[in-house]
Ligand binder design. Sequence first.
Ligand code: HEC
Length: 202
Amino acid sequence: MMQMSKAAGLLTLLGTMSAGCSDDAPSGNGSSGVVSRPAPTKDDAGGTETPPAGPAADCTSGDEGAPVPSSAAALQTWLQDRAYQCWARESTVHASTGPHGGNVRVFLNASLQASLTSGAAEHPAGAVAVKELYGSGKETVTGWAVGVKTQAASSGGQGWYWYEVFDTAPNASGALEGQNKSLCTNCHASGRDFVLITHPLR
Ligand code: HEC
């Protein structure tokens, strides 16, 4: 079936690039070899930049689009609106340093931006990161990877809903998704409450 082989291909891609990070062993070997970034050069003012070109939305609070759904169909619909493009974000589309192949750009909602800035050990319910996936280009979004904190307590990963899709159609199927999804948490467990992005955002 189309869907199955597509998903299998994506898993293979992640597995290939993860060097042992996507197996099911909660071993903590994590992504230590994957996260390699130049020191951040920006201060904490990542949320104060003007919004990127594109969305017509009025950006005011940095918390546009709240609350963010944590189920596949609703989230795919929510992503269509691109309200997240009002959030704090990386200043450019850049090559992923992780397994999220190709070019990417990460957006953090107000809750997650504040929590990372404060150095909190656990992020509050409603904290969300959206990563735009651009593939080999830099102009067109081809998919998304999303993490939604669904409860305050991280509980070893139970507090996070994960979603990754390589299709921007409203009715896209074949997303990799789920609460505490091991494919995602095996790497993300090494982050600050499962968040890996360099912060302050560069
Ligand atoms: C092999 C390790 C690995 C796996 C598996 C993985 N990620 Fe990531 N992820 C990363 C790294 C490293 C970053 C940050 C660096 C980058 O991508 O440029 C990241 C960033 C993200 C971000 C931006 C917020 C953050 O934590 O930095 C989201 C959202 C995300 N990943 C979602 C997912 C989802 C959903 C899955 C499962 C379908 C997944 N990831 C699987 C390594 C991984």
